[in-house]
Each structure stands twice: as C-alpha cells, then as structure tokens.
Ligand binder design. Structure first.
Ligand code: GDP
Ligand code: MG
Length: 208
C-alpha cells in the first residue's frame, strides 16, 4: 500500500487551459468534437453559451488535464471572449480555408489575445480548418504558414470532417511545445519559462 501511495505521489498533475478563437462558423466546435468524442456532426447547432471539455493526457509521469474552452457564439460578445482568454496556456487561432474573411479575422483575434495576455505566455497555433473543401479553397497553405510564422505559431491544416489524425497531431504538438517552453508548473497553476531555452525564437526566413 505504501508503495502504491508513493508512486501515486510521484504522478504530477497539471491543468492546461486551452482556448479556440476564430470567427463564427470556421469549425471550432467541430474540431473539439472530433478531438474529444471522435465525432463529426454536420448539423451542429450553434449555441450561444460557451462550454468546456476535458481531456487527460499522461506524459512522463505527469497527468495533463486539457480544459478546452469552446467560445461558441461568444464571437458576438467580444468582451466576454476577452474574459475567456485570460490564463490560457494553449491558444488555437482558427480560420476556414474556404473563407477569406475568417482568415482576415485572425488579425483581430490575435490582437485580442496580445491585448489581454501578451504575446509570450502561452503556445499558439494557427489552424486552417475544413481542408477537405479543397475545391472551395480561397486561402492558400502558404498564406496560412506565413501568418503563423509571423506570430511564432505552429501551423496546421485540419479537417474535422474527414481526418481525425491531423487534429490529434495538433493537440499533441501543442502540448509538447508547452512542456518544452514552460517546463515548470507552480502552485498557482501557472507555467513558467525554461530559462535555458531562448524565448520567441524566430523561424528562419528565406535569406538572400
Ligand atoms: P464554429 O462556429 O467555429 O464552432 O463552427 P462549427 O464547428 O459549428 O462548424 C460550422 C459549420 O462548418 C458546420 O456546418 C460544420 O458542419 C461545418 N464544418 C466544420 N468543420 C468542417 C470540416 O472540417 N469540413 C467541412 N466540410 N465542414 C466543416
Ligand atoms: Mg461553435
């Protein structure tokens, strides 16, 4: 019994506040639904309230509880969304590959983010959703990548409809980056920088 207690003691526990931001209709709820329930519902009712889902992942004896906030409907109540942004550890900026306005909307969402919680206290992804709609694509992969590079974000194209793998990879990548960038977790549930790692490393751009 003592052994069991001791080994349980060794298992750390960390909460990871995760939030999806982006214009209404880009597929935020569908991404979460695919990740959490492995389901896709083409007739998703758009709800006005926000909700959260929890996913637990164990890595290196640490139990990470991802609390994923869906800001469904909050798009129209921007000040409310700002409240949700506070304290986020992982932020996913979402646009749909068949909507130029949703891609342009990312500038607004990124600004809300920086205005509320700065530019460096979380890990960030830029995600182009609905990649199955290739025939309707109006935002190229290059454009998406360029925006992500500018913001020091992970870039990924996903489809909640046709490919769950990409969505799992996205969350795995983000958690790995969080652990690498902020290996220290304190009693206030906040993640702290690894002082040995360079922060805000710029991806190499084309030279010459
Ligand atoms: P939200 O407002 O950002 O939460 O977007 P939803 O998840 O509610 O999705 C809006 C609409 O886009 C719904 O009709 C979904 O069925 C559809 N949708 C979401 N993800 C995908 C996808 O990957 N592919 C396609 N073809 N449609 C999608
Ligand atoms: Mg939604």
């Amino acid at each position: 019994l003592i052994n069991i207690l001791m080994s349980e003691d060794k298992v750390g526990f960390r909460e990871v506040k995760t939030i999806l931001l982006g214009d209404s209709g880009v597929g935020k709820t569908s991404i979460i639904n695919r990740y959490v329930n492995n389901r896709f519902n083409p007739d998703l009712p758009s709800s006005l309230c926000s909700s959260s889902n929890e996913v637990e992942i164990i890595k290196d004896d640490i139990n990470y509880k991802l609390i994923i906030w869906d800001t469904s409907g909050q798009e129209v109540y921007h000040s409310l969304t700002n409240l949700f942004i506070k304290g986020s550890n992982i932020v996913i900026l979402t646009y749909a590959v068949n909507s130029l306005s949703s891609f342009e909307g990312l500038k607004y969402w990124h600004k809300s983010l920086v205005d509320n919680i700065g530019a460096n206290n979380y890990v960030l992804a830029v995600v182009g959703s609905k990649m199955d709609l290739v025939n309707e694509e109006v935002v190229t992969e290059e454009q998406g990548k360029e925006f992500a590079d500018e913001k020091n974000a992970i870039f990924k194209l996903v489809s909640a409809k046709e490919n769950s793998k990409g969505i799992h990879e996205l969350f795995d990548l983000l958690l790995e980056e969080l652990i690498e960038k902020f290996p220290n977790y304190d009693e206030n549930k906040s993640y702290n920088y690894n002082p040995k790692k360079k922060i805000g490393k710029k991806k190499k751009r084309h030279c010459c």
